[in-house]
Design a protein around this ligand. Sequence first.
Ligand SMILES: *[C@@H]1O[C@H](CO)[C@@H](O)[C@H](O)[C@H]1NC(C)=O
Ligand SMILES: *[C@@H]1O[C@H](CO)[C@@H](O)[C@H](O)[C@H]1NC(C)=O
Ligand SMILES: *[C@@H]1O[C@H](CO)[C@@H](O)[C@H](O)[C@H]1NC(C)=O
Ligand SMILES: *[C@@H]1O[C@H](CO)[C@@H](O)[C@H](O)[C@H]1NC(C)=O
Length: 298
Amino acid sequence: MRPCAAPRAPAGASAALGLCSLMLLLPPGPACPAGCACTDPHTVDCRDRGLPSVPDPFPLDVRKLLVAGNRIQHIPEGFFIFYGDLVYLDFRNNSLRSLEEGTFSGSAKLAFLDLSYNNLTQLGAGAFRSAGRLVKLSLANNNLTGVHEAAFETLESLQVLELNDNNLRSLNVAALAALPALRTLRLDGNPWLCDCDFAHLFSWIQENVSKLPKGLDEIQCSLPVENRRIFLHELSEASFSECKFSLSLTDLFVIIFSGVAVSIVAIISSFFLATVVQCFQRCAPNKDTEDEDEDEDD
Ligand SMILES: *[C@@H]1O[C@H](CO)[C@@H](O)[C@H](O)[C@H]1NC(C)=O
Ligand SMILES: *[C@@H]1O[C@H](CO)[C@@H](O)[C@H](O)[C@H]1NC(C)=O
Ligand SMILES: *[C@@H]1O[C@H](CO)[C@@H](O)[C@H](O)[C@H]1NC(C)=O
Ligand SMILES: *[C@@H]1O[C@H](CO)[C@@H](O)[C@H](O)[C@H]1NC(C)=O
């Protein structure tokens, strides 16, 4: 771009000035979507406008997109593919019910993603695939009942994950183990089912309690004791000792049965070997005589 410095020739001055102001008026790429405010060249603000769908198109170099407080139910497939500069996406307080796989592919710079106060019920594998720069992801105050164990794969920079105030009864520890940079995790406000499957999550939480901003006190079990709230700090590894016992009992059975099986196999094979040896001892002389007979025939 040529600088808009004053040209030397006074005759060309007005022409150059006109060109410069024209260039300043021309927005880069598509204009600001109708009804939204583009407060600076990289920010599109469409908050609280009652929008039923994602406004489109935005300036291609948008970095900060604010669409909170609308009625958006769906993000079209591959929607963010052209917005590779997006860093900050506020999708809070909409009506999203699901996220398609790869919704945020192409969002290689996305660092902040707020999906709280939506209507999400399930998180599938790879929902955030390719959004590897994500630092903060909020899924709080949705209606999540299930999170796929590979839902957060590739989120190697994720430091803050909010899953609080959902409908989660269980969570596979593998989903959390995929987050090497995790520092803050919100799990409170879910109806956790503290059965034997929960034992894995419980030990993860115990070892990583420093990552829970509210500690164990805010996490409650809805079951197995229904008429009384059980806080996680009331539980210990011993609470799940029955689960461990039943596990080791199974192991014990496996060991006993495999031991028995091995002995049976050993007995059968030694019996078989003995028979073979015996047969050889008995049959060998006959075979010799047969050979001799054959020799005589020749
Ligand atoms: C959600 O957005 C609506 C409409 O803008 C607003 O009235 C409501 O207070 C917002 N709710 C939350 C929890 O932010
Ligand atoms: C969420 O979904 C339920 C039905 O699954 C619906 O009744 C409710 O209105 C939805 N809420 C929002 C904010 O879209
Ligand atoms: C949560 O989802 C269930 C179905 O999965 C639905 O029946 C319920 O109305 C939803 N709750 C809210 C608050 O949207
Ligand atoms: C605690 O978190 C770290 C990092 O997420 C993980 O590697 C470790 O396995 C967790 N502790 C347990 C007991 O799972």
